[in-house]
Design a protein around this ligand. Structure first.
Ligand code: SAM
Ligand code: SF4
Length: 484
């Protein structure tokens, strides 16, 4: 069975309208794109459903970052063969980076796919569906020139907006990280005009969002404002942080080479800007970083971390790490371990290197020469070291009372709520007797942290009934009284 997607726009359709189900893979850019696809198809008369069995159109929004993600997509597409057998009118489309990368080859490999389309073709999705209705199988992988590129604005419907929203500020990437397929699948970097970004944030906030995450592949190289000091991203953060009603602002992802002191100062100075930075390092050895074409050394990276910590001592940090990059020696890997211990990240995402087509590493003929079992052993060791660091870092919250933005009910129990600290730590806490969940969801409340688990914090609500009663109501949420 395909994974159920709880998209905010999901609703049950009546029998006479067409129904769409989108299964999302990959990064936050894909999450953002999926929401835009739902909106476009909604305007074309489709209703969203939350499982493939009820759908007339299924879209798999694919990720190509590692070979594993690509295999997952093809095997997932294979699972629709049987469903299509029983329902010949079901249309299966594949969007995203695998569609862009593989194009017609994907249609040859997976005959159950009706059409494929790349990220730049999303605005044409309703037309592509109509084109397929003539019986044509095709791959639409045109790339829009930088100067012609138009960002698709989010058009959320009242009542559909969650506490947290994504807003894209950039598409594509101009870097040449040697392992990375993104520039090949998403094209050159284009910055979204600042006024469009601010207007979209305002739209989400007016409909009930309380937190916005600005997304792009390298947000620090954003240049959509032409600001006088040239640090457009720091200025964009200031403009977005000033949107009335926005409680918390985040962004992802940063490239360390472009991370500036002005952005570090913004974390100190802007109360709504989260005290969390995701700063992907990829490797701890300058030799590996040079061969990855990351354009910074270990020392330069550590210098930026130190400068940020000097300005915001309690900042939470996370990172991405690749193990087993071509030519990575035991000594290089030991430097990655020592970097983890030096920085003390709050959490990390870690990956085994996976060679990808059309990447500089292949063009430079960097052989995938680290044996699979060495990659695996390094990944296990990396995660073992980090687990102890994460436990220590999470532990520092215990006994503190801290503001938590409540996102909704906790998955582990309907009697608990979950939210995040400004450092992006997830907190679960019981809903006190007599307090209605709707009163606190979407609000910044005080929580006293009582314990730290492996990945999450546990706590208890510390805001008083009077504090809760004084909270501003969220639009589109019926305000319910706090029972005393
Ligand atoms: N733009 C972001 C950046 O520069 O950090 C992230 C892009 S990518 C979607 C997310 C992560 O996937 C990267 O930071 C990297 O750690 C990992 N990744 C990318 N290509 C990879 C590859 N070929 N093999 C293994 N991991 C990879
Ligand atoms: Fe890939 Fe590097 Fe661009 Fe990130 S910055 S998307 S890792 S090329």
């Amino acid at each position: 069975m395909p994974r159920t997607l709880h998209d905010p726009t999901c609703r049950l359709a009546s029998a006479d309208v067409k129904r769409v189900y989108i299964q999302n893979f990959g990064c936050q850019m894909n999450d953002y794109d999926t929401s835009r696809m739902y909106e476009l198809l909604g305007e074309a008369g489709y209703a969203a459903v939350d499982n493939a069995e009820e759908a007339d159109l299924v879209v798999l929004n694919s990720c190509a970052i590692r070979e594993k993600s690509e295999h997952k997509l093809v095997s997932e597409a294979g699972r629709y063969r049987e469903l299509k057998h029983g329902r010949p009118n079901l249309v299966l489309a594949v969007g995203g980076c695998v569609a862009q990368q593989e194009g017609d080859r994907l249609l040859q490999r997976a005959p159950m796919i009706d059409f494929a389309f790349g990220p730049d073709m999303i605005p044409q999705l309703p037309e592509l569906v109509r084109r397929h209705e003539t019986g044509e199988r095709f791959a639409a992988t045109d790339v829009i020139e930088v100067e012609d590129y138009q960002f698709l604005s989010a058009r959320p419907r009242p009542g559909d907006v969650q506490v947290t929203a994504l807003v894209t500020i950039q598409k594509g990437c101009d870097n040449y990280c040697a392992y990375c397929i993104v520039p090949a699948t998403r094209g050159k970097e284009v910055s979204r005009p600042g006024a469009e970004v601010v207007a979209e944030v305002e739209r989400f906030v007016s409909l009930g969002a309380r937190e916005v995450t600005l997304v792009g592949q390298n947000v620090n190289s954003y240049h959509g404002l032409g600001s006088p000091d040239g640090d457009d991203f720091a200025e964009l953060l200031r403009r977005v942080a000033a949107v009335p009603g926005l409680v918390r602002l985040r962004y992802t992802t940063s490239h360390p080479k472009d991370f500036t002191l002005a952005v570090a100062r913004a974390h100190r100075d802007l109360p709504t800007l989260s005290r969390w930075v995701h700063l992907p390092v990829q490797a701890g050895s300058s030799r590996t970083l040079r061969r990855m074409v990351r354009e910074y050394t270990r020392e330069e990276y550590l210098g930026k971390v130190d400068a940020l910590r000097a300005l915001v001592p309690d900042i939470s940090l996370s990172t991405d790490i690749i193990v087993g990059y071509p030519g990575e020696t035991d000594a290089d890997f030991a430097e990655t371990i020592s970097l983890l211990e030096r920085v003390e990240y709050d959490f990390i995402y870690s990956f085994e290197y996976s060679p990808r087509p059309d990447t500089p590493a292949l063009k430079l003929r960097l052989r995938d020469d680290v044996p699979a079992d060495t990659k695996r052993a390094r990944l296990v060791e990396l995660q073992r070291v980090q687990a102890a660091i994460s436990r220590r870092r999470l532990g520092r919250w215990v006994s503190r009372t801290t503001p938590v933005l409540v996102e909704g009910r906790a998955t582990r129990s309907v009697d608990e709520l979950c939210g995040r600290t400004t450092g992006n730590e997830m907190v679960n806490f019981p809903l006190p007797v007599g307090v209605d969940a709707a009163t606190v969801i979407g609000q910044l409340v005080d929580v006293r942290i009582t314990a730290a688990g492996r990945h999450t914090l546990l706590g208890e609500l510390a805001s008083s009934s009077a504090d809760l009663a004084a909270l501003p109501p969220r639009p589109s949420v019926r305000r319910l009284a706090v029972l005393r």
